[in-house]
Design a protein around this ligand. Structure first.
Ligand code: ADP
Length: 550
């Protein structure tokens, strides 16, 4: 027997329509490329998105066509987030920090038909335009008076396009499983692969992001989106803010501590989301200038592990609650969040910190298990660690054009490539990425734990650990550290420091110092590059060993 409830299709356009109908005055504030502040609201934005929908159809964009963006966080980018999927096309957000050849690969692979771009990226796109084989036209996200001289062909002005159209458009209703947006994984693991979200997955993820036990985005919030809109749908925040009418603050290209601080104060930001590096800049600025961020109630930090010192600084010195979140492009991206559970508020600070430093606990909608190398499920005891497998309605089941082949296992679980533990409370803690774990004498050493511990030393600004070949142990850890300003910490001092905190057999066999570490466009340490740089480096222990055996 079938239920007798309406089979309303979950459409992305319905989120913005709701925002305009019920929270029309709530603002969307953007810092533009020239540094000026632009203000609009949901009512106006809905009208403009309808104009854009007409414009896209006039350009000939059809259902399923991919329309790309290379843009900062701003109101125009927000409009494309709704208008492109709203007409049934696919909004492909491209990360401008990728190398030109990667962008060419991605845009050609996706067969992008049109490309929206902020003026900042005109030179970048000019340099690769000849190789973009499917792009029919470029839409410059600016007003007519800002249109630059450019060698790009078939260039259009965003504001002119909108001005020519009606601000009334009947958003079509179609199958909620229709593709809505596309984002390529940043390629730390081979060729970039296209993750193709649907209207259904996006709307369900939106409801989850709003949930009181996750990020709890609500109408009263003013959300600062530090996470870029070209990264995993800006962690779903554009859709979640529309779904409750939260005020949005977009920093544009200006991510420096002073600029972020200015926006937080001026706009009364209550919740901010971003990766640890950006927070570091903000904290440094506040410390140096005796500033505060008292309007911020909570922050959600993810993408890489939060250093313990950052968590404590934000909570103790600035009164900001910190929630750790874990996710991937493939998980829309919310997978876990770290809100404390009932009764845990009463725990002492150290215990709470230890819980908060885990990547988060299971949320409804994302099933989790860990497995060993043979795919056998491991106990959820907080000790056993294995590859994290997940399942749920906003988790990818494959990549665009079946890149990378079949992804799921026989029971439909997605292998995350992350090595983690799961504790009996449902908390997940990443111990490594599968390819970064150091296999020493048949046992695993967590590079992440060593890095985090090393970064707890005041003389260390950043640290990375990679496994290098060892004749006896297979692999042993090398610690690569960047000294913090003014620090003269030595390798020996660092090893002594680590020896007080980790098992003896985990201690790095050598410590080297670097001026900086290579990063991916999304701010993660690029371990593949480090492995290349240190490919010919022989650990002193390996030398001793070969001498002894040779
Ligand atoms: P890519 O997989 O291409 O690097 P993503 O941006 O999708 O791109 O990164 C997802 C990965 O980032 C996760 O698989 C995990 O390894 C890491 N990650 C995300 N959040 C956290 C976190 N809170 N702590 C530690 N690692 C994290």
């Amino acid at each position: 027997m079938r239920g007798l409830m309406m089979d309303t299709q979950l459409m992305i356009s319905s989120l913005l329509r709701y925002a305009a109908d019920y929270h029309g005055d709530r603002e969307i504030v953007s810092r533009m490329i020239d540094g000026s502040i632009h203000r609009t609201n949901y009512r106006e934005t809905h009208k403009r998105a309808q104009r854009l929908a007409h414009a896209l159809e006039r350009l000939g964009v059809k259902s399923g066509d991919r329309v790309a963006t290379i843009a900062w966080n701003n109101h125009r980018h927000f409009e494309t987030y709704f208008a492109v999927p709203g007409i049934g096309a696919v909004c492909h957000t491209i990360n401008p920090r990728l190398f030109g050849e990667q962008i060419v690969y991605i845009a050609n692979h996706a067969e992008d038909q049109f490309l929206f771009l902020d003026l900042t990226f005109v030179p970048l796109v000019e340099s690769i335009a000849q190789e973009l084989s499917t792009v029919k036209g470029y839409l410059l996200m600016c007003g007519a008076d800002e249109m630059p001289e450019t060698s790009l062909e078939n260039v259009m002005c965003y504001e002119d396009l909108l001005a020519a159209e009606s601000d009334h458009y009947d958003w079509p209703v179609f199958d909620e499983n229709t593709a809505s947006s596309l984002c390529y994984t940043s390629g730390t693991t081979g060729n970039p692969k296209g993750v193709l979200y649907s209207h259904r997955s996006t709307v369900l993820h939106t409801l989850c992001v709003m949930g009181a036990d996750t990020i709890a985005i609500a109408n009263r919030d003013t959300l600062l989106a530090i996470v870029p809109m070209f990264h995993a749908n800006c962690w779903g925040t554009p859709y979640a803010c529309a779904a409750c009418g939260a005020k949005i603050v977009y920093p544009g290209p200006f991510m420096d501590g002073d600029k972020l601080h200015e926006l937080i104060e001026a706009e009364g930001v209550t919740v901010a989301l971003g990766v640890p590096t950006v927070w570091l800049g903000l904290i440094n600025y506040m410390q140096a200038n005796d500033k505060r961020i008292d309007t911020i109630e909570r922050t959600v930090i993810g993408g890489t592990a939060i250093p313990a010192s950052m968590l404590r600084t934000l909570e103790d010195d600035y009164g900001v609650q910190v929630f750790h979140a874990w996710g991937m492009t493939e998980t829309s991206p919310l997978g876990t969040t770290g809100r404390l559970k009932a009764g845990e508020d009463a725990l002492d600070t150290d215990t709470q910190t230890a819980l908060k430093l885990k990547q988060g606990r299971g949320i409804y909608g994302v099933e989790m298990k860990i497995v060993d190398d043979d795919g056998k499920e491991l106990p959820k005891d907080g000790v056993a660690s294995g590859e994290l497998m997940i399942r749920g309605p906003w988790i990818a089941k494959g990549y665009l054009k079946e890149e990378g082949g079949a992804v799921l296992d026989a029971d439909g679980w997605f292998p995350t490539g992350d090595i983690s533990t799961l504790d009996p409370e449902g908390r997940m803690q990443i111990t490594d990425r599968a390819k970064d774990v150091i296999k020493s004498g048949g046992e695993w050493i967590s590079s992440i734990e060593l890095e985090n511990t090393a970064m707890g030393h005041p003389g260390v600004a950043e640290a990375a650990v990679i496994g290098l070949p060892h004749p006896k142990w297979d692999e042993r850890p090398l610690l690569i550290a960047v000294r913090s300003e003014g620090s003269e910490v030595t390798g020996e001092e660092l090893t002594d420091f680590l020896a007080r905190k980790v098992a003896k057999w985990w201690l790095p066999d050598d410590v080297v110092f670097a001026d900086e570490l290579p990063h991916t466009p999304t701010g993660k340490v690029l371990k593949t590059r480090l492995r290349e740089i240190y490919a010919n480096y022989t650990l002193p222990t390996a030398r001793d060993q070969s001498a002894a055996t040779g």
